[in-house]
Design a protein around this ligand. Structure first.
Ligand SMILES: *Cc1c(COP(=O)(O)O)cnc(C)c1O
Ligand code: SF4
Length: 271
């Protein structure tokens, strides 16, 4: 996604002024074929040593304009020891008001929430979650992923005080269907997970078969906006290479040119 140009120290992408993405490792329990970082997933390239973590924390303490850190990867929960060290460092920084953790572990490895694997990290999180907001952003693509095991994990995470959000990728033949997405977003909302983003699938080579038509996606999202509670409808965005997550306008407005948009800096880009 053109992240390299915003890499400020190993693992940290600083693209927007007030928040950074901290890639904890490239390890992940899921290996989604449509992953933005598929080339890296499962490799050791993203592993951080204590010096890397120290450098990252130093960067943040010298950049107090950063008030939010988004732990990502790979999956931060699949490298719980590293995440715990980073998390403990972050809570010491007064400038960091919000910590977000992106994960798919509740879907791909719900059993990990029972044993010792995540115990240390979850305990640490629960100690701070009542004093400052810790948001967990869980990747869900289909209502069938809401198994009883996954629902138990959601309850557990709510009980330790996390605020839960979801993110979804539009996938042709999987969830490009109003009924399927309605069931997904409603079920999440009813379980205490607020749908946050639905992304248009990246246009990377090899992913063509997953990319839906933008008109279909818009129609589906427009109908969902009509039929669901506002809180249950995620923002539909397109992650334009190096430009950011640009919201796609719904059909409530006529005469929208879907072939181009402006990025966060007001620069025109062709879709
Ligand atoms: C997605 C992303 C964020 C977070 O963006 P939000 O719109 O606040 O969710 C921050 N930094 C980078 C580099 C990102 O890719
Ligand atoms: S869960 Fe996320 S990080 Fe892991 S492979 Fe899937 S998209 Fe990539």
């Amino acid at each position: 996604m053109g992240e390299e140009s915003h890499l400020v120290t190993k693992g940290i992408v600083h693209k927007y002024e007030n928040r950074v993405l901290w890639k904890v490792s490239y390890r992940c329990a899921a290996h989604c074929q449509f992953c933005t970082r598929l080339r890296q997933i499962g490799t050791r390239d993203g592993d951080l040593n204590s010096e890397d973590i120290e450098k990252g924390l130093e960067y943040l303490s010298s950049h107090p304009e950063v008030n939010e850190v988004i732990l990502s990867g790979g999956d931060p929960l699949f490298a719980p020891k590293v995440t715990e060290v980073i998390f403990s460092g972050l809570v010491q920084l007064p400038s960091v008001k919000v910590i977000r953790i992106g994960t798919r572990m509740p879907v791909h490895l719900p059993s990990a929430f029972e044993g010792g694997f995540l115990q240390g990290l979850l305990k640490k999180i629960s100690e701070v979650a009542f004093m400052r907001p810790i948001y967990m952003l869980i990747h869900f693509d289909h209502p069938d992923e809401l198994t009883s095991e996954t629902m138990r994990v959601i309850t557990q995470l709510r009980r330790i005080g996390l605020i839960l959000l979801s993110q979804t990728v539009f996938l042709k033949g999987v969830n490009d269907d109003e009924g399927i997405l309605r069931k997904l977003f409603e079920s999440l909302y009813h379980a205490g997970v607020v749908p946050y983003y639905i992304y248009r699938c990246d246009y990377a080579s090899g992913l063509e078969r997953f990319v839906c038509s933008i008109q279909d996606e818009r129609r589906i999202m427009t109908n969902l906006r009509r039929n669901l509670s506002g809180v249950a409808v995620p923002t539909y965005v397109i992650d334009v290479l190096g430009k950011g997550k640009i919201p796609v306008p719904l059909e409530f407005w006529d005469g929208v040119d879907l072939s181009q948009c402006k990025d966060f800096n007001g620069e025109r880009i062709l879709i």
